[in-house]
Design a protein around this ligand. Sequence first.
Ligand code: AQP
Length: 339
Amino acid sequence: MTTHKPLVFSGVQPTGNLHLGNYLGAIRNFVRLQQSYSCLYCVVDMHAITVWQEPAELRNATREVASAFIAAGVDPKAHIIFNQSQVPSHAELAWIFNCVARIGWLNRMTQFKDKAGSNREKASVGLYAYPNLMAADILAYRATHVPIGEDQTQHLELARDIAQKFNTDFSVPDFFPQPEALLQPEGARIMSLKDGAKKMSKSDPSDLSRINLNDDADTIAKKIRKARTDPEPLPEATEGLKERPEARNLVGIYAALTDTRAEDVLREFGGAEFSRFKGQLTDLCVVKLGPIGAEMKRLTADPAHVDAILADGAARARAISAPILAEVYDVVGFIRARS
Ligand code: AQP
């Protein structure tokens, strides 16, 4: 990995069912950023266990996310792909950040409220402290740019606050940078195929709500055919999508997969019935996702190979983060053995 370029860090949780939203909202962008940044792409298994994960499934899902990165076009030699738990700096720095961040800051995090729901008392402490670990993920490398979905902007703000408070508390003004979000353009948020008001999500109990990256052509066709729509044909202009979240979502997916805008899609399909549009959308999804799914299948069939890529990435990630963590320990006042 070349280190003269600005450093990007981003992660995906191995919580199973990687889907089109993860691809269009995150992984595809990871591939594009390789040109201009040095990139660390992390399978964040420690974040995943903030809610219960079956150990065997966690292992498989970790390999699946790593395979998706590679299948989509991330180069694990030129950049770094690894799983979080193999680099102790994340947990070590997170503990220090647990002591820097204030409870009041975490109390404001809307994702905790959403994910814990009405059962807050039963949520894990890890789910509550999750944003501190995310700050550690980024700052353990002094990464300056973080590609995130809009749902993560509040957590990134918190990472910036933690960086600043650490620098101020310990009188080390430039120790940690202020990481910046690399936000995707509007439309990168893909919604459930069953409910245009809910985002497409790994944890949605209905498999028909999402297109998984490893779905075969028949499954993709079935899911798009069954996707919720309304009885009207597609409008001629984007204003006509305003009150039609499901139509807007399908048009948005088509636009994202063809790297165009909703208005371009409507120029082609305005006035068309959904049956025709859904047929075209199916073909497009199969063409774009088929090769990724096939390559993921090939890679996950050889777990030892994927594990070796993760181990190599983790060793290179440790080489960047360990010296930074050693400096942090000195700043905080921890005694450590000198090599
Ligand atoms: N529907 C989506 N549209 C666009 N981007 C999305 N992302 C997730 N869902 C969509 C982006 O994918 C990246 C990885 O997400 P994550 O695995 O860390 O967790 P998440 O955001 O919580 O993803 P899910 O699918 O919704 O998982 P569950 O159901 O487990 O919570 C992030 O960059 C995210 O923005």
